[in-house]
Design a protein around this ligand. Sequence first.
Ligand SMILES: Cc1cc2nc3c(=O)[nH]c(=O)nc-3n(C[C@H](O)[C@H](O)[C@H](O)COP(=O)(O)OP(=O)(O)OC[C@H]3O[C@@H](n4cnc5c(N)ncnc54)[C@H](O)[C@@H]3O)c2cc1C
Length: 287
Amino acid sequence: MKISEIFKNKEVTLSFEVFPPKTDAGYEAVEKAAAEIAALKPDFMSVTYGAGGGTSKNTANIAADLQNRYNVSVLAHLTCASSTKDTVKSMIAEYKEKGIENIMALRGDIPKEGRTCFDYNHATDLIYDIKSMDDSFCIGGACYPEGHVECERQSEDIIHLKEKVDAGCDFLTTQMFFDNSILYQFLYRIREKGIEVPVVPGIMPITNKKQVARSVELSGSSVPQKMKIMVDRFADDPDKLKEAGIIYASDQIIDLISHGVSHIHVYSMNKPDIAAGIMRNLATIIK
Ligand SMILES: Cc1cc2nc3c(=O)[nH]c(=O)nc-3n(C[C@H](O)[C@H](O)[C@H](O)COP(=O)(O)OP(=O)(O)OC[C@H]3O[C@@H](n4cnc5c(N)ncnc54)[C@H](O)[C@@H]3O)c2cc1C
């Protein structure tokens, strides 16, 4: 089902994310994790896309599998920074052929060694291409409540976000953030600029110490004192830290729902136990 329809039909939704294996050897393990997460019956599941293209066929296969075998609506990601127009077009055709109705259209990170392909500059260009090939896809785009790392001024980032939505985004999903007030301020600023599509907060449960440094390095998200203290307190006891991280994320989600932000995406990182922990805490609330 199209995600725009899911949002219209249900007041509160919860979705989970999986990422494909880097090599074919890891396929079975990821497929098993994805199936276990699907068994929790989220409103949809997203499958990320390797920016370098290495895992691209696995994205399509895992997404199709989730949809066809486990009856879950899927959002297949697609990046363009390292792809030619021909590659992108054949991926869009493959998604269509596999019955995938939702695409998260992304630029992708610029490779550290520099770009080798210059067919696409921004996600907006990709959205125009998807629309011109097939206007029936429901399209999501990424947004950054603390500003995208490459953009010096958030006001500029929001101008580009408006261009992206105008190109044809049906909804936006946010980068992770750990303090909800950041999201509420962001929502105020983008609504003021006329961005009206649903914004789905992306919540990352922090369940081990290394993850904090890595998440911050990749996303630039700030870590509030409350989270630093939690991670320090339980750093030497993985079970306690995992549970504390699940509760922290659940608490963030309950606060969001209380404030009327009703479609929540969880970066569940191929971890069925973490997805199950969040679902356990929220099952009654999202019913
Ligand atoms: C929800 C979500 C899902 C993600 N999934 C994946 C994934 O599956 N695979 C993956 O590799 N990465 C993924 N990423 C990471 C993402 O690819 C990176 O953050 C990337 O650096 C930016 O992608 P984008 O689509 O937001 O780019 P864009 O929307 O193109 O924005 C990138 C930068 O360009 C600027 N910009 C946009 N338009 C213009 C313009 N016309 N002129 C000048 N500047 C402009 C923006 O302000 C921003 O600073 C995801 C991120 C999020 C938040």
